[in-house]
Design a protein around this ligand. Sequence first.
Ligand SMILES: [Zn+2]
Length: 451
Amino acid sequence: MNDWEPGTGNGEPSTGNREPETGNRDSASVRLLFVNAAQVVTCAGPGRARRGREMDDAGIVTGVAVAVVDDEIEAVGPTAELERTYAHAERVDCSGLVLTPGLVDSHTHAIFGKPRFEEQELRGSGLDYMEIARRGGGIHSSVRDLRGRTEADLFDLAVPRLRRLAAHGVTTVEVKSGYGLTPEDELKSLRVIQRLGECLPMRLVPTWLGAHEIPLEYRDAPEGRSEYVRLLVSTMLPGVASGRLARFADVFCEPGVFTIDEARTILTAARSAGLGLKLHADELRPSGGAELAAELGATSADHLAAISESGIRVLAASHTVATLLPGTMLFLGKEKQAPARALVDAGAAVALATDFNPGTSPTTNFPLIMTLGVSQLRLTVAETMIAATVNGAAALSLADRVGQIAPGFSADLALFDATDVRELPYWYGDARCVATWVRGRACHHHPVESL
Ligand SMILES: [Zn+2]
C-alpha cells in the first residue's frame, strides 16, 4: 500500500497553508482547495458515456485549482481566482502530482473466501479454465468455501481487498455476489457488500450474480439447469429485490455456463424487478452475448474478448457500455484481447475494469489495467483515462455525477505521484496513487481500526 501520512482535517499529501480570512462567498462551508497540480485530468464533458472519438479527450488542464464544497466539486478554474474566492478553504498542495477523478472499477468479484493460487500452476501446465472447472476447481471451489463462511468472516476478508483498490486510486467499486449460488448464500454475500458500503468511505455498487455458474448440485441432476434458472427467477431474485440488496443483475453467459435463452429469461425478470442489467458476454467464444446485452438495454456487456464483428456493430449502435477486462486475459495467459480499437472506432463506449476475483484476475492494481489498455488494447492514454472514469461510471449508471472533475460532480478525486498523465500507464505495476477522496472525504488512508 502506498499510504501518505494523514495531515490535518481531510488530509494533505504535503503541507497546506491556511489563507487569511477575506470573507468571500460561501467560504464558511468550503472545505478543500486543490492547488498547484502539475496536471488536472478533468475528463470533463457531458454527464454520460463517451463514445468513439469522444473518448480521446481527457480534458487535461494546467494552472487550475479545484474547489470542493461539502461532497461536491464546486469550481475548477484559474488558481489565483479560486484562491481569492475560496480563501477559507483548506488548501491541498498538489505540487509535482497529477490530480484525476477517482477511478471507477465497474467489475469486481471481491466477496470470496480463500484465494486460488494453486490454479495458476495448473493453468501453466496446460489445463484450461473449463477443464479446471470440470475437475471441481474454479468457481465451484470458491462456492464450497464461501458457503461455509459467516458474514463477519467475509466482511473481514473483503475490507483489505477494497482498501487495496482504494490505494490504487479507485473511489467507486462495483462488487458482485456469485460465489453463493443458493438464496441464503447469495443474500449473505449481498448483505456483506451492503455493510462494506456503510463502513468504508468508497462508493460501492452491489450486483447480484446468482447466475455465475450452475451449482454442482443442479448441474448433475436431470432438469437441473432449468430448475436452477427457476430458483434464480422465482426465489432468489424476489429476495434480492425486496431487500434492495443489488442495483444490478448479472449473468455469466457463455457456452457451458448459461445459454443466451437462459440469460434472457433471468435478465428480463431482473429488469421487471427494477434492477439494471449487466452481462458477462463473449469472453471465450462468440455466442451472441453482446447482441443480447444490446437487445435487453443492458447497462454494460463485460469481457468481450471473443465478440463477433456483428456484436461490435450492434454494441456500437446501442447504449450498452463495453467493459473490457484485459487483466483477466493477461493472467490466464491468453494471447487474445478484446478488440478495443475496433469497438472505439465503431463508436462504442469502452470502459476498463479489474475483474478482481480469486480465479482469473487477482489484482487490485487498476493503473496496471490502464497499462494493458494502452499496451495491449491499443487505446490512447486519453481513451484509457475516460474508460477508467467517465465510462466506468456510465457502466454503473452514475455518469451524471461520478467520473469527472467538473462543477456539480461528486468530489471523488485521486492524486498520483506523476507530473504527466502519461506516467500513469507508463510506470506499470507501480503504486503511484498518494491519496484519494470520496464525496470530499479522505478515503485512501482510512484506517481499518476505525471501522
Ligand atoms: Zn466477472
